[in-house]
Design a protein around this ligand. Structure first.
Ligand code: FE2
Length: 412
């Protein structure tokens, strides 16, 4: 008698295939310690490693960490496919920059400060003696203008609740909610910046700091239709020594170029891509791909009206209209302008003057790049909360001027 053969029914419906691909895709983010990078909610909680100053801040302001820390969006809301991820925030909305309403002299803000310190000639100002949580709307408008002019503004010794940080971000624009990244429990618009978590992607050692995505020159979220303007990182736990961040000015980078190169780049576009990767629904076996978006390579700031060079080594792939080889050579030069000219950079140490308080940096992401210095090698805790306020669709105005041109400074 012939043996009986059990035929298993295979479900080949489109829904079933989509589910199978999703399961494969969710394994794509597997990390060094075998955990998945794509689990939502409170999976992979690191609450036991939470630094003491952060824990105290959260306790004081009623952030519930009883279910774990940090939190991710629910697994079912984390996009797997590139078309789903691209569709997020893909419709333009009107943005009005708060800086456009400000008193050009900024008397309410600067007059109330104990001290206003310009840290370098071209970029970076520290305000002493003001609490961000107590600023009036007039002072907030003036702060937006100051950030637009100075690129990055610092406030030490801040007692700032996550809720107030979020509210300030909403004042400046539409708060970005990342579909995948970790956030403060209960507040999806506050991204957690905590190198302790980066260790899942590999050890942070003296030789390997560049393996970590914040420790390279970049501009945040350039793949967005309306990328962030004012971006606010509040560090509540800061290493005893080191852990600095460096910013570079896009206005000054533009002014470093020859008039001939400026003219060549004015009005051109480049392709920018996302830090995170997703699965191509039409070709799932191709592996994961980035979201891509075109923006002007020289953009005009809507408040200052100054031109800024908008490229970064981490997330700019090519200049539209050029051959790949041409694009590569020119982009390499433009990246170098930001990275090698120390006179257009500011390096900031976050340490507060009073223990137990935090330090805030608010930078204009439209006109800058930044780089986190991981010199503490993951040995000391560093923890921050970041709120990114989305701004306008990037544009180039042919009538706009460079910063030096507008300020009447020498162009030679
Ligand atoms: Fe960043």
């Amino acid at each position: 008698m012939a043996p009986s053969v059990q035929v298993q029914q295979v479900d080949t419906s489109a829904d079933s295939i989509t589910e199978s691909v999703k399961k494969i895709a969710l394994g794509v983010g597997r990390t060094g310690d075998g955990t998945s990078n794509f689990k939502g909610g409170f999976a992979d909680s690191s609450v036991d490693k939470l630094p003491e100053p952060t824990r105290k801040r959260f306790e004081k302001y009623g952030i519930d960490i009883s279910r774990g820390y940090p939190e991710r969006p629910p697994t079912e809301e984390i996009p797997v496919f590139i078309d789903d991820a691209t569709a997020i925030r893909n419709t333009p909305w009107e943005f009005i920059d708060r800086g456009s309403k400000a008193d050009p002299e900024k008397k309410a803000l600067l007059g109330a400060a104990k001290e206003v310190k310009h840290l370098t000639k071209h970029i970076g100002t520290e305000i002493v003696g003001l609490q961000l949580s107590e600023l009036t709307d007039q002072q907030r408008d003036e702060l937006a203008l100051l950030i637009a002019e100075r690129v990055v503004v610092f406030f030490r010794d801040q007692d700032l609740s996550p809720q107030k940080q979020f509210e300030l971000g909403e004042y400046f624009g539409k708060v970005e909610v990342h579909p995948q990244q970790v956030h403060v429990p209960g507040i999806r618009g506050i991204t957690v910046i905590w190198p302790e978590l980066f260790k899942k992607f590999g050890p942070i050692t003296f030789r390997k700091t560049l393996n970590h995505f914040t420790s390279r020159w970049h501009t945040d979220l350039v793949h967005e239709l309306q990328p962030p303007g004012i971006t606010h990182l509040h560090n509540d736990t800061i290493p005893e020594v080191g852990g600095d961040t460096v910013w570079a000015s896009g206005y000054a980078a533009y002014d470093k170029l020859s008039p001939a190169l400026q003219e060549f780049l004015d009005g051109k576009k480049a392709v920018y891509f996302s830090a995170n990767k997703y699965v191509d629904r039409e070709n799932p076996l191709k592996g994961t791909v980035h979201i891509e978006r075109e923006h002007p390579i020289i953009r005009t700031h809507p408040v200052t009206g100054w031109k800024s060079l908008y490229v970064n080594r981490a997330m700019t792939s090519r200049i539209v209209g050029l051959e790949p080889g041409e694009s590569k050579v020119i982009l390499e030069y433009l990246f170098d302008v930001f990275e090698k000219n120390l006179d257009i950079q500011v390096r900031f140490n976050w340490k507060p003057s009073q223990p137990g308080l935090g330090t805030s940096a608010l930078w204009d992401n439209r006109i800058s790049q930044h780089f986190a210095v991981l010199d503490y090698e993951g040995q000391e805790p560093r923890h921050g909360t970041r709120v990114s306020s989305l701004a306008e669709v990037p544009f180039y105005d042919a009538e706009s001027k460079s910063q030096r041109e507008a300020l009447g400074l020498s162009l030679d």
